[in-house]
Structure formats: C-alpha cells, structure tokens
Write a protein that binds this ligand. Structure first.
Ligand code: TXA
Ligand code: MG
Length: 317
C-alpha cells in the first residue's frame, strides 16, 4: 500500500468513512485513527500498531455532545475539567455506554475520551458522523511520533494516508484522569501539568502504574540503551560512543549532545523531547545518557517519559 502525506481533510474523511485508517495530527502526538464504531477498523488499529488487545484506545471527538454519546454520565468534576482544558491534552476515563465496542476499551467498563485541539483534526472530527479511536501512531513500545515524518518512517506501507499538521505543539501525550471513590486519580502524566488540574479541582492522586498500560515498563523507549544520570554514567564510555541529553547543559568535548530547552523553557523541552530522542537513537553510538529536567510543570511528565525510556536499558548495559 502506498502511504501519502498531505493536508487534505476531505481525503482523510473519505478514507475513514470507508473503514480505512488515517494518521492524524493532534497537539500532543500523532494518532493512528479509525472509526471507533467500526469493529474492523478498530481491529486493524491493533494490528498495524502491533498492540496487544488488552491495551485500550482513546476515543476522540470534537464536542461535549460527542463525549456524552459515548459515556453513561459525566460527573461534575469531569465537566469542570472539560470546560477548562478541552479542547486540549486532557483524557478522561468515564463509564462507557454499552453501544461502544468492548474492543475499544479492552473490556473495561470505562472509556477514555478526549477532545483534541489541533485545528486540522477538529475540522476532520466535525465532518465525521462517528468518533475516532486513536492510539499514538508508533509501533507498540516505541517513542510516540510528533511529526508526520515520524509516522511515515514507521507506518509507511501500512496505512493509506497521513494528515500532516506539522510538528505537535505540546509533544507529550495527554494527561489521563479518572475518578474513583470520590477521588480524582491521574493515570498518566501528560500535556496538562498536575498543578493546573489541582488548582481547579483540588487534590489529585497520582497513580500511574495501574489502569493505563502506557505504563507498561519499556514504553516510550528508543532502541538504544538510555541511561539516567550523565555524570554517573559517562565514564563508562568513550566520548564519541554516547549521546548526551539534558535540559540545557553543555558538556565539553562531547561530539553528540542535545539540549531540550536552550531557552530554558519547559514547553520547549516537552515539544522537542520525542523528536530529539529519535534523532539520538539514529546516531552511531552505544548509548544515550540523559539527565532529568527540573521537576516543575510539564517537567514531571518529561521525567516520567525519560524514566520509562530508560527502563529496559538498565538490563542491557
Ligand atoms: O495524547 C494522547 O492521548 C494521544 C493522542 C493521539 O490522542 N493518544 C495516546 O494514545 O497517547 P495511546 O493509546 O498511545 O495511550 C493511551 C493510554 C494507554 O496507556 C491506554 O492504556 C490508556 O490510555 N487507556 C485508554 N483507554 C483506557 C481505559 N478504558 N481504561 C484505562 N486506560 C485506558
Ligand atoms: Mg502510546
């Protein structure tokens, strides 16, 4: 199959209506989208991504009505969050309507729903008579794509069309929030900082290791070993055998190094994290050495991704 890249929303719509898959731009990362109400399309998402069926998909829609069509109820706290942060990098776990396929939710009684803010995908969603199921458009376990070219590099030949919305503005996946026993639970650190959510609805319990399998170890990982702690690990390698990844530090005499935020801004770091990890992964090196970024705002989500990227590495070097 030939994979095309373009900005043609009508073409994307027609393909999706035929039951085909299309990669879509969002403000967080690119998604691999299919008709959420079409079992065959949903099955194909799992196949193309090589994703296990126990890992459920996020349903994307353009409106509160769209969410209401998928869920049994929207609690008040969820409404508050939606009013403030949607469209945007917020995903809510809510009790699903029976009409929605169990395949999408991996048999969970909850469905993950979100309203992305990227203008191109909002335009697309508005023209479609159904919501879109879409995981990040990377092969299972690898780094999420933040450009159309990232998607092309890995899914070329497997999908007919990539809707190109330029580089993702936020560059980290959405923040996933659920509600349990009157508590607000954060299942995945993401594009909305925890502080912003707490300022609105009070205490949030961070519980990233249970329901959301974005939390399987080894997720978001490059192929090269990624070791945490530049100073702690650098003497184990020749200078030209490693790439250094830091917030904005410079290291003398290291030919391969990347600063996530030369301007010192956390948003810049978030937006460049995945792209930079991909670039470093392609270098003729043995390992990537990375430092955590400051623990503030989006820094928590960035450090979470660095930590996950480092997981399998610990064993291999
Ligand atoms: O920013 C994002 O959320 C991107 C863009 C494309 O929207 N999507 C994304 O999807 O990151 P994915 O599939 O790569 O990650 C979604 C996470 C997974 O860890 C999945 O397990 C969790 O959300 N999830 C989805 N539905 C769930 C459910 N019903 N219960 C618990 N976790 C769920
Ligand atoms: Mg993903």
């Amino acid at each position: 199959m030939k994979t095309e890249i373009g900005c043609d929303v009508t073409k994307a719509k027609e393909l999706l209506e035929e039951g085909k898959l299309v990669a879509i731009p969002t403000e967080t990362v690119y998604g691999l989208a299919g008709n959420a109400l079409d079992q065959k399309a949903v099955l194909e998402i799992f196949e193309v991504k090589n994703r296990p069926h126990f890992d459920p998909l996020i349903v994307h829609t353009h409106s509160l009505e769209g969410i209401a069509a998928c869920v049994k109820e929207i609690p008040e706290r969820a409404l508050l969050l939606l009013w403030h942060f949607s469209p945007g990098p917020l995903t809510l776990l809510l009790p699903k309507k029976e009409t929605l396929s169990d395949l999408v939710t991996a048999n969970s009684p909850l469905v993950a729903v979100r309203i992305p803010s990227h203008p191109l995908v909002l335009q697309l969603l508005k023209t479609l008579p159904f919501p879109l199921a879409a995981p990040s458009a990377n092969p299972f376990g690898y780094i999420s794509p933040t450009t159309a070219q990232h998607v092309f590099a890995q899914l070329q030949g497997k999908i007919p069309y990539i809707l190109d919305g330029k580089a993702a503005e936020i560059g980290l996946e959405s923040t996933i929030i659920g509600f349990h026993d009157n508590k607000t639970i954060l299942y995945r650190l993401g594009g909305i900082p925890v502080e912003a959510i707490e300022a609105l609805i009070g205490k949030v319990h961070i519980q990233p290791s249970t329901a959301a399998p974005g939390h399987l170890q080894n997720h978001y990982a490059p192929r090269k070993p990624l070791l945490l702690g530049i100073k702690e690990n650098r003497d184990r390698f020749e200078r030209n055998q490693v790439a250094l990844l830091s917030f904005n530090s410079f290291f003398e005499k290291y030919p391969y190094q990347a600063q996530l935020a030369p301007d010192g801004k956390m948003r810049t770091a978030a937006a460049s994290l995945f792209h930079t990890m991909r670039l470093l992964d392609e270098l003729p090196i043995q390992a990537i050495l990375a430092d955590f970024v400051p623990e503030e705002g989006l820094g928590l989500a960035i450090n979470d991704r660095l930590f996950r990227a480092s997981f399998k590495m610990g064993h291999s070097v």
